[in-house]
Design a protein around this ligand. Structure first.
Ligand code: NAD
Length: 280
């Protein structure tokens, strides 16, 4: 087991990638703290872990609120006594219709999306750091997005925040290396999770979209699954990566390499079908 008795906090642990990461870490012997706005979802994942013999705590947390993050860390320390790993996974574009460019994004929308995807991960990390600094060890993983480095649709606020995550991670890696704390970033390509519900609900239309993206945009020819991201996070969270910090790893089926038939315009495809609007 790669994470035997390690204590791991996973933000956004109620569903999608966060859930996949939590289940993988539990299989590897970690004790999990699932913090999410969706307490019922986090409790369901905690119950799944406990049914399989693991230990897990669900805590309702809004990562954009520093008091929430500090309270979640206090509960973690009360229950498990320490923290070894932080996976900053919560984020997304819920409530935006998935689009936005320099003309359409309002200041309020900019603040909301950047708070969720950049400030939130910083606040949770800041709350965990006193524990990592005291023990002079710890693993922090951030989740960015391929859209931050190779956008195929304009989602300006979200992509800016996800690019900011790479800078945050690099600066923290530099600052914390002398204390033995490793900080790395995973950059996912398209992964099949409820994240996509903000764009289109599960169904034939979404299946057709995923099939077109797989065929034309992903060299490995398929949409990723939460377990693909969990594998990369496991590497960064375990002793396998003790000599690795400040790294940014794309887990994106070979993106942004373009396949031979890369003539598919995702933004045009979504706009033609009325899935992507002009407004933010
Ligand atoms: N799915 C993809 O294709 C994809 C691609 C690139 C990057 N990402 C990023 O990966 C991460 C995980 O995405 P996912 O696909 O699992 O999404 P998801 O929507 O399935 O899960 C996100 C989770 O975050 C939680 N959350 C949202 N706001 C929160 C807040 N303020 N405080 C606490 N929890 C909150 C949600 O309740 C949800 O459980 C996100 O940061 C997302 O931006 C996703």
């Amino acid at each position: 087991m790669l994470l035997k008795d390690k204590v791991a906090i996973v933000t956004g642990g109620a569903k999608g990638m966060g859930r996949g990461i939590a289940l993988k870490f539990a299989e590897e012997g970690a004790h999990l703290v699932l913090c999410d706005l969706d307490l019922d979802g986090a409790r369901a994942v905690a119950a799944e872990i406990e049914t399989r013999g693991g230990q897990a705590l669900a805590v309702r947390t809004d990562i954009t609120c520093s008091a929430d993050s500090e309270r979640m860390v206090a509960y973690t320390l009360e229950r498990f006594g320490t923290i070894d790993i932080l996976i900053n996974c919560a984020g997304g574009v819920a409530g935006t219709h998935g689009s936005g460019n320099s003309e359409t994004i309002t200041e309020e929308e900019w603040d909301r999306i950047v708070d969720l995807n950049l400030k939130g991960p910083f606040l949770v990390t800041r709350a965990v750091l006193p524990t990592f600094k005291a023990k002079r060890s710890g693993k922090i993983v951030f989740i960015s997005s391929m859209g931050a480095v190779s956008p195929v649709v304009s989602v300006l606020h979200y992509h800016s925040a996800k690019a900011g995550i790479i800078g945050l991670s690099l600066n923290l890696a530099f600052e914390l290396a002398p204390l033995g704390i490793c900080v790395n970033t995973v950059v996912p390509g398209p992964i099949e999770t409820p994240f996509w519900d903000a764009l289109m609900p599960p169904g034939p239309e979404r299946d057709a979209f995923f099939a077109a993206v797989s065929r034309h945009e992903v060299p490995l020819g398929r949409i990723g699954q939460p377990k693909d991201i969990a594998g990369a996070c496991l590497f960064f969270a375990s002793e396998l990566s003790d000599y690795v910090t400040g790294q940014t790893l794309c887990v994106a089926g070979g993106q942004p390499m373009l396949s031979q038939q890369a003539t598919f315009n995702i933004e045009a495809y979504l706009k033609e079908r009325g899935i992507l609007g002009e407004g933010a």
